[in-house]
Design a protein around this ligand. Structure first.
Ligand code: PLP
Length: 359
């Protein structure tokens, strides 16, 4: 990433020699992603992160396909980047939505999806893995329901990449796949969108003709370089190795034997590194602050909404009441997490709860 702050500071759209060198590097980056994804380089668009990829996929597709229909389907456990983009289209642009329910483990039923698709449906967006519970969807099955019905399918695969076995981007059976770099050790503020050709999207940003006229704005070369390196290193062979993570997550899961502590989605096929609990009667923010006093960094539902006290919409969709849905604490293990660190959390967690209960 560093050369793009120095010798390679040139703009890839400039025609001078430095610009041309950077352009060649950008082209190479796209080829490298296409090599891992096993798709065409022209199907890769670099973005500023998942939020932008998702907005481009949803708003861009919905607006482009508006002459064909106005109905969009999603699930109740999506990230707000998906839910709020669709809500905007419904409230301001005359689209209609169906929000599919999930079962207690957070799974969407493919039959529910099939039943919800109608002549007016133009887009389905369902995430590959959930950021709060870690539940992994049967995404290729949901994708094939869409394919059979001729409906465009987007998946937010942000949490999935770098954790699950990856062979090629078509394994999702999706027309659009959103990712970002910082979930698998790439830089924050980097992302990409796979757009299966020949699908066309309306632009959501207007300006220059960057990214093959699909995303106006000078490319963030350092972020792209970091993202591409992370994709090459950490996606084909997942950096969050399940063999290494499972014993640690299993050990951490034993916290649910504490009185009043529940493991979230205990029977689901979950991401290798994600383990969440509810501690009803204690709100997430208070618990996170108490854990932080002991130097333990955990999250509430979505880090993106940390600081907000509203109940987790994901836990509500799983059937939890407001009290339970406000008490989520999530641990995301990293490749450097050690057994000593897990033991430390097992040791401190009861004290962190007690500190609150006796306050
Ligand atoms: N989708 C999911 C599932 C996420 O977990 C996140 C962020 O954590 C996003 C979308 C948004 O990503 P970003 O903040 O990189 O735009």
């Amino acid at each position: 990433m560093l050369p793009f702050f120095g010798d390679f500071y040139g703009n890839p759209s400039s025609i001078h020699s430095v610009g041309r060198k950077v352009r060649a590097f950008l082209d190479d980056c796209r080829e490298r992603v296409a090599g891992v994804w096993k798709c065409k380089a022209s199907e890769v668009v670099f973005t500023s992160g998942a939020t932008e990829s998702i907005n481009m996929a949803i708003c861009g597709t919905a607006r482009f396909l508006k002459p064909k229909g106005r109905h969009i389907i999603t699930s109740a456990v999506e990230h707000h980047a998906v839910l709020h983009a669709i809500e905007y289209l419904v409230n301001k642009e005359g689209f209609e939505k169906t929000i599919l329910p999930v079962d207690v483990e957070g799974m969407v039923n493919p039959q529910d999806l099939e039943n919800a698709i109608c002549d007016n449906t133009i887009l389905v967006s369902i995430m590959a893995a959930n950021n709060e519970t870690g539940t992994i969807q049967s995404i290729s099955e949901l994708g094939s329901v869409c394919r059979r019905s001729g409906v465009c399918f987007h998946t937010d695969a942000v949490q999935w990449f770098g954790k699950e076995p990856f062979d090629n981007i078509l394994q999702f059976n999706a027309d659009l796949v959103s990712i970002c770099g910082h979930k698998f050790y790439g830089p924050k503020g980097s992302g990409a969108l796979f757009i299966r050709s020949p699908l066309l999207l309306d632009p959501i940003l207007f300006g220059g003709s960057h990214e093959n006229e699909r995303r106006a704005g000078t490319e963030n070369m350092s972020a792209i370089a970091g993202l591409v390196e992370a994709i090459s290193l950490f996606v084909p062979s997942p950096v969050f190795d399940r063999k290494l993570m499972t014993p640690l997550v299993d050990k951490l899961s034993s916290l649910h034997s504490l009185p009043g502590v529940n493991l979230v989605c205990p029977s689901a096929n979950r991401l290798s590194n994600t383990c969440s609990f509810t501690v009803p009667k204690i709100d997430s923010i208070t618990l996170l602050a108490s854990l932080d006093l002991d130097g333990i960094c955990a999250s509430s539902g979505s880090a993106c909404s940390a600081g907000s006290l509203s109940p987790s919409h994901v836990l509500s969709a799983l059937g939890n009441n407001d009290n339970e849905a406000s008490s989520l604490v999530r641990f995301s293990l990293g490749r450097e997490t050690t057994e000593d660190e897990i033991n430390f959390v097992l040791d401190k967690f009861p004290t962190a709860i007690e500190r609150i209960r006796t306050a």
